[in-house]
Design a protein. Structure first.
Length: 604
């Protein structure tokens, strides 16, 4: 099927051989060869030539995906394509577009065609292509046009580097040892294999029996030897959870920027964004390792063990799932847990990460509006298209999904008296749905997997926390491990305007209005420029409410669309929660069993 990799390549050849022997009409007769050149890399162009042979049809539709798996937004990659032409036997063939991402070719009487087009690549992110004179990053969904209904066709990709470029990094296999020519067994794999070409710094390590390649683009103050050791620990720890590492070769493509972040998972590789000077800062380095742990965990969770809607993919449309809280939220949970279990971070740092996650969720008004399953389903139109009201109306399936994973982990460890954990569920689901059934799981099947190890029915859990808006009962579940949360801001009676501001050229603009806060109630708007409080010009937002109390009526003067407006505002209590995870004063033996298993304290 679509999601396999190197292992499948061998199988593919065997199948091809078999088909050639047993059938006269070989399904693999169509051959596709791409050549990518960069004659104008400095102006951000990749030039693609695609040669298709073995055609036997009157009409051929060529398409470009509208999205890239893992990043749930229709990005319309065809918008970057220009100078599209098709020829056969040296003659041009008409190739009109029939919709935003499809070109229709009259292929009657021709068996081979050449397609040429240029792609403008100037969007810096882990899921879009970028080319300049220093390097080229090909996010393949936005580079390679494919023949409709031929997703299973293999292809070769020849990269002709721009002057000075020496190195290609991708998980696609080299053809005959030529690093500039790569082979893809089918389009699902091609679209899941980004390609970096340039002068990157490449180093490797071996872990869990797999050859890892790290490709560093853009420089940085990283310590290679330290990275090799810590990244190998992460790989080993994650492999232990699933019981096997399905790759033979895996590539980390790291883009180092002045300020960078984010990552995108692939089957046998990942692209990470990092800040080039952050590696020597302990928190920055931990953050990078967290990103490594997150994206690498995805090679199992979402790339192989996956919601049924996420593979095989529909590259023309949104692919809806209510399970991103598992695909992303569980991965976000494990990214911290894996660092703790690999003894990279201390128990204190782990608990701080949990604390931050809880505060993020509980201070987000949208947590009371949008259920977790809905946040996942609407990722395409909401979380990937945030606006000024997002915090008031939605919740992140990363943050809340991670905390739901924590509650479930604690539940399973507690119920089984330390025998099982969420790890067992992940391995069971991977074995059952990826390895045995070779398909994605349904919502119900994942729930059954959880119930199998929790030893109880989770109907209410799902009703409350996944489909409903019941606040997560942290104290119940953390209590299993002898912890509780305490709100350190509980006694405060500080007044607040309930708005978020940003300064631009000395002016203070409202960029967010918190649902239910004073500004919300009394009509301060996003984009208002705050100019005065009680007639006194505002110089510093930090001291604007000095001497004021909750319940005070003040006047706030704003410039709205250039016009002055004075609003009476009644100050409300700053209801920001400041939770901290603390140990209970007395921890029972059972709680200690749960704590040790959860926190990976067994050897300590
Ligand atoms: Zn992720």
């Amino acid at each position: 099927m679509v999601m396999k990799t190197i292992k499948l390549t061998a199988l593919f050849f065997i199948l091809l051989l078999f088909m050639n022997i047993t059938t006269t009409e070989a399904a693999g007769a169509v051959k596709i060869a791409y050549t990518v050149t960069f004659p104008e890399a400095q102006a951000h162009y990749a030039d693609v030539e695609m040669n298709i042979s073995g055609l036997a049809q009157n009409t051929l539709d060529l398409k470009m995906p509208v999205w890239t798996p893992g990043s749930y937004l229709v990005r319309e990659f065809a918008k970057n394509v220009e100078s599209f032409s098709v020829s056969a036997n040296g003659k041009d063939i008409r190739s009109p577009k029939i919709n935003k991402n499809t070109w229709r070719i009259n292929a009657a009487g021709v068996s081979a065609i050449t397609v040429k087009y240029r792609v403008y690549c100037f969007e810096i992110s882990v899921r879009t292509s970028f080319v300049d004179a220093s390097h080229g990053f090909l996010s393949t969904t936005g580079i390679f046009i494919y023949p409709d209904k031929m997703l299973n066709t293999p292809s070769t990709i020849k990269i002709v580097p721009y002057k000075g470029w020496t190195t290609v990094s991708t998980s696609l296999e080299a053809v005959n040892g030529d690093t500039f020519t790569r082979y893809s067994p089918n389009f699902d794999i091609l679209f899941d294999s980004p390609v970096e070409v340039g002068t990157q710094d490449v180093f490797g390590f071996e872990a869990a029996g797999v050859k890892y390649e790290v490709c560093m683009v853009g420089g940085g103050n990283y310590d290679k030897e330290m990275l090799k050791i810590d990244m190998a620990k992460i790989v080993e720890q994650e492999t232990k959870i699933f019981g096997e590492n399905p790759n033979k070769h895996y590539v980390f493509i790291v883009h180092n920027y002045q300020r960078g972040g984010g990552g995108l998972e692939h089957l046998s590789s990942t692209t990470l964004g990092a800040s080039r000077d952050n590696y020597t800062n302990p928190a920055g380095y931990r953050g990078f390792l967290g990103l490594v742990a997150h994206e690498h965990f995805h090679l199992w969770n979402v790339k192989r063990l996956r919601p049924i809607a996420l593979g095989p993919f529909d590259y023309d449309n949104e692919n809806y799932t209510t399970d991103l809280w598992i695909a992303e939220g569980f991965t976000a949970y494990y990214q911290n847990l894996v660092l703790r279990h690999a003894q990279i971070t201390s128990p204190e740092i782990y608990l701080t990460a949990i604390t931050n996650e809880i505060n993020t969720i509980e201070n987000q008004p949208g947590a009371k509006i949008q259920p977790l399953a809905e946040a996942s389903f609407d990722a395409w139109i909401k979380s990937y298209r945030p606006n000024e009201n997002s915090a008031n109306t939605g919740i992140s399936y990363y943050d809340k999904g991670a905390m739901v994973a924590m509650l479930l982990d604690l539940e399973i460890i507690n119920d089984s008296k330390g025998k099982y954990s969420l790890d067992n569920v992940m391995k069971y689901m991977y074995d059952t749905y990826y390895k045995q059934k070779n398909r994605g799981y349904t919502d119900e099947e994942f729930k059954q997997g959880l119930e199998k190890f929790a030893g109880k029915n989770l109907d209410d859990f799902y009703k409350n926390y996944i489909y409903g808006l019941t606040p997560l009962d942290y104290n119940k579940y953390l209590g299993y491990a002898g912890y509780k949360i305490v709100d350190e801001a509980a006694g405060s009676n500080e007044p607040s305007l309930g708005v978020i501001t940003a300064e631009n050229a000395g002016k203070k603009y409202v960029i967010g209005v918190q649902r239910g806060g004073a500004g919300w109630v009394d009509g301060i708007n996003v984009n208002d420029e705050l100019t005065a409080v009680d007639g006194a010009p505002i110089t510093d937002m930090g001291s604007v409410l000095d001497g004021k109390k909750v319940g005070d009526k003040i006047s706030v003067t704003v410039l709205r669309d250039g016009l002055p407006l004075t609003l009476p505002v009644t100050l409300l209590r700053n209801n920001r929660l400041r939770y901290k995870v603390e140990s209970l004063p007395n921890v029972s033996p059972q709680q200690m069993v749960v704590r040790k298993k959860w926190m990976g304290l067994l050897g300590e």
